[in-house]
Design a protein around this ligand. Structure first.
Ligand code: ATP
Ligand code: MG
Length: 417
């Protein structure tokens, strides 16, 4: 039996990697315009960080984490999302001490033991954006605008922004209490998950996707009707600024997101081209998380982009030619000059390759074609006698004789010209 990739993981093959580079490059070009710099944190952390940060009653922490005992008895977890680790790093290095308005982004793999399906993996990748220390609704609007600008930069067409406010620690507890009361009557007729959530974490009921529960959920009390004046004002200003920027959105009182740390603004970007895993970006405000994890009482706003889903939405860049010059030493004595020339071409920044296996002329030409080689440089017995290379321009199907001492400059000029 050969060993296969673990269920829910996938290989990004050389053929596809160009698409991933394009998405990562777009992030690295765009985010600095908004003041963000990259941060890289470890893929595993103390389990406690996620239990405290994300919330013990969330699906992620309750059933999706890859947690394992370290050899010294400690408990470690592969990160299921990026925010908690970034907040840990911000606190540990006192990053807000030097920069009270801190903006960072990260790119990398996340791990959740969910049921694999199209657009849902157990190792997946996110581009993650976090701004710390900004109380103002302006940063909520800017963050949302950045999320959409990123999709734009990646070439994603049709999508929808969904927006909500989930209140804060002043108004949400009273709302959750109302929800709990309403659910006492309704929960017995709902799915098993909802019956459990009605007790443990009533907000999560709003996430339920079971068709039979939808009518009941739509009739439950709505958070947006129970916001405190401060949260209502914050939300109104976020919406006003989105209008100002000409950004359309749909309000959804059910958008509570799968992590407990969100307060006030939550948002998601969805695409109907993704099928049932329709959400490509999720984000919101998480004031209080930094403090909960032992840092200063600092605000936070951010979002995470699912790269596998994003990759499904962008046109593939197509196979790029991989070779500028393909060298063909056809005689034994041509090998050494070919190796020297190959090295010089690479040092000059050109992509040079040769076939060291000594296959037939015909099969080497095929190989050059497959690599998309722009030029082929041939040296057989005749060329050795003349002290020259035969250089073939593949696109023009022209070839010319180039003396050995001129060949490097000739190829450099041709390839760059
Ligand atoms: P979903 O509703 O699809 O489960 P989520 O609310 O769990 O998403 P977040 O935790 O906010 O998602 O993560 C942000 C983004 O990461 C999602 O919008 C999605 O694009 C992507 N994502 C989340 N989980 C997975 C997964 N298991 N496989 C691939 N992408 C994922
Ligand atoms: Mg999820």
């Amino acid at each position: 039996m050969t060993i296969q990739a673990v269920r829910g993981t996938r290989d990004v093959l050389p053929e596809e990697v160009g698409a991933w580079h394009a998405l990562e490059d777009a992030a690295r070009r765009l985010f600095p315009r908004y003041g963000y710099r990259e941060i890289r944190t470890p893929v595993f952390e103390e389990t406690e960080l996620f239990a405290r940060g994300i919330g013990a009653e969330t699906d992620i922490v309750a059933k999706e984490m890859y947690t394992f005992a370290d050899r010294d008895g400690g408990s470690l977890t592969l990160r299921p999302e990026a925010t908690a680790g970034i907040v840990r790093a911000v606190i540990e290095h006192n990053l807000m001490g030097t920069d009270p308005a801190l903006k960072v982004y990260a790119v990398g793999p996340m791990f959740r033991r969910e049921r694999p399906q199209k657009g849902r993996y157990r190792q997946f990748h996110q581009v993650d954006v976090e701004a710390f220390g900004y109380q103002s609704p302006t940063i909520d609007a800017e963050t949302i605008e950045l999320a959409l600008a990123y999709l734009d930069a990646c070439g994603v067409g049709q999508h929808e922004l969904v927006l909500n406010s989930v209140g804060d620690r002043h108004c949400r507890p009273a709302y959750v209490q109302r929800l709990r009361e309403a659910l006492q009557e309704k929960a017995p007729s709902m799915c098993a998950d909802c019956r459990r959530r009605a007790e443990t974490n009533p907000l999560r009921v709003l996430d339920c996707k079971v068709p039979g529960d939808q009518a009941v959920i739509d009739a439950l009390p709505r958070i947006t009707d129970h916001l405190c004046p401060e949260c209502a004002e914050h939300f109104a200003e976020v919406r006003r600024q989105l209008d100002l920027l000409g950004i359309p959105y749909r309000l959804s009182h059910r958008l509570v997101r799968g992590l407990d740390y969100y307060v006030r603004t939550t948002f998601e970007v969805t695409s109907d081209r993704l099928g049932s895993q329709s959400s490509v970006i999720g984000g919101g405000r998480y004031d209080g998380l930094v403090k909960d994890l032992g840092g200063p009482d600092a605000a936070g706003v951010g979002f995470a982009v699912g790269m596998e889903r994003l990759a499904l939405l962008v046109p593939s860049p197509g196979g790029r030619a991989r070779c500028d010059v393909f060298l063909m030493p056809l005689a034994k004595a041509a090998l050494d000059p070919a190796l020297r020339l190959q090295r010089e071409l690479r040092q000059a920044g050109l992509r040079a390759m040769l076939d060291p296996e000594g296959r037939s002329f015909k099969s080497r030409m095929k190989q050059a074609d497959k690599l998309g080689a722009r030029f082929v440089a041939i040296m057989g017995d005749d060329e050795i006698a003349r002290g020259a290379w035969t250089v073939r321009d593949m696109a023009r199907s022209e070839q010319q004789d180039v003396p050995e001492e001129r060949v490097l400059d000739h190829l450099k000029e041709k390839a760059n010209g």
